[in-house]
Design a protein around this ligand. Structure first.
Ligand code: SF4
Length: 168
């Protein structure tokens, strides 16, 4: 695959967040398998409300005093409350994509060497989707971002680095 399919956003603390563009080459827009498989747990400071975070608190369940998870995923093996559409079908989407929690931002479809995430391959196979193909390795890093955690607009994709980025 030779398109703009996975965008790496480097945080100030060097964590790598990943965005998937609204492109026909984005395999996630007809998958969603991961969003109905894992328990999506994260630090409660990411919640809106008193914590001052960005994940809508009404969509989360507290697991303990410091950790929360997306509703529906408490035990794993069930879909996240924010998942909209039919898994494995075009149009599947996250209703809170811009405000999704860290584990969703950190889950790669492809690794830096261009190999597909084996979890994607396994989960895709389980819902009858074909395996992902390897892509070219990620380009060397340039910048960005932090805005996703600060509520600022995300930087233009052109200033981020990505796997196989080709602007049309
Ligand atoms: S918050 Fe969005 S990306 Fe994360 S598991 Fe739920 S539907 Fe998927």
């Amino acid at each position: 695959m030779d398109n703009d399919i996975q965008i790496r956003l480097i945080q100030e603390d060097d964590r790598v967040f990943l965005d998937m563009p609204d492109s026909p080459d984005n395999p996630c827009i007809s998958c969603g398998a991961c969003c109905q498989h894992f328990r999506i747990s994260f630090y409660c400071g990411e919640l809106t409300g008193g914590s001052g975070g960005f994940v809508p608190v009404e969509l989360a369940t507290m697991l303990n005093p410091v950790m929360a998870c997306m509703k529906g995923t408490e035990a794993g093996g069930a879909r996240c409350i924010a998942l909209q559409g039919t898994v494995g079908q075009p149009g599947i989407a996250c209703a809170i994509y811009a405000n999704r929690p860290t584990p969703c931002r950190e889950f790669p479809t492809w690794f830096d060497d261009g190999s597909p995430n084996p979890d994607c391959q396994r989960l895709r196979a389980a819902i009858g989707l074909p395996p992902l193909q390897a892509v070219a390795p990620a380009q060397a890093g340039t910048d960005c971002c932090k805005p996703l955690l600060e509520g600022e607009p995300a930087p233009p994709y052109a200033v981020t680095h990505a796997l196989n980025r080709h602007q049309p």
